[in-house]
Write a protein that binds this ligand. Structure first.
Ligand code: MG
Length: 247
């Protein structure tokens, strides 16, 4: 006769063996990595640029940016921020980037005007084509994959962490650039993680391709590094404290 505790032991052994078979071993503790992680001095707060960041905008000038047709960026410089000058077009960095960590601060107009997509719309375009939406989503309904923090028309944010119109908000973005083969086929899709005001809203989601508002996303091969651009969507959205780290 099999006693109950014997049976329990048998089941336990069988379960342990099965789970051991299902697991792939990870790398062992040896050999240890040969290169020491570089020393980086963090900013005073997590909003301040660490020592290895490229400061794209420090509130003083637009020297890292250009406007339409590679001309001067025409957005309005204010005391410590830059504001979209509607109709002047997007502004684009002179530098190009692939995998990055990006910090950017923005504010939509303090007096809200318009509804849905017309209220405080702008956007952070990674590699010139993958948009993380900027929008006044405080008490302003729109389609969910078009609200603040959405990967536009692809992924709604996990939560709505929006502050009130006129208040400064932050995005901390970790972006993994897509990889293409020699034929231009995507072999590793872009991925993005976004924290909005410190709250995780995109958790390493896959990007399906270029941002379009009227048709499905689609990958079109591009170089491994491309500029970052900020969208002029006709609303006077403000930006400040923009820094980026190549990964
Ligand atoms: Mg937009």
């Amino acid at each position: 006769m099999v006693k109950r505790h014997d049976l329990t032991a048998l089941v336990l052994i069988a379960f342990t063996a099965a789970s051991a078979m299902a697991q792939e071993p990870g790398p062992g503790p040896f050999p240890p990595p040969k290169t020491e992680p570089p020393i980086v001095t963090p900013g005073k707060t997590s909003a301040d640029p660490p020592s290895d960041a490229i400061v794209l905008f420090n509130g003083k000038d637009l020297s890292h940016w250009r406007g339409k047709d590679a001309g001067a960026a025409k957005w309005n410089m204010r005391e410590s921020y830059v504001e979209v000058a509607p109709g002047t077009g997007d502004i684009t960095t002179s530098d190009k980037f692939g995998d990055v960590q990006l910090h950017i601060e923005w504010a939509t107009p303090a007096v809200p005007k318009g509804e849905g997509q017309e209220r405080g719309n702008s956007g952070v375009f990674l590699m010139d084509r993958y948009e993380v939406q900027v929008l006044d989503s405080y008490d302003n309904k729109t389609y969910f994959h078009g609200q603040a923090g959405a990967v536009y028309k692809q992924h709604a944010p996990l939560v709505n962490a929006s502050r009130k119109p006129g208040e400064w908000q932050t995005y901390d973005i970790v972006f993994h650039a897509p990889r293409f083969d020699d034929q231009g086929k995507v072999i590793d899709r872009a991925r993005v993680t976004v924290l909005h005001n410190g709250v995780l809203i995109q958790n390493n989601v896959e990007i399906y391709g270029n941002t379009y508002h009227d048709r499905p996303a689609l990958y079109i091969a591009h170089p491994p590094e491309e500029p970052l651009h900020l969208q002029d969507h006709g609303n006077t959205v403000r930006y400040r404290n923009i820094w980026i780290r190549r990964l």
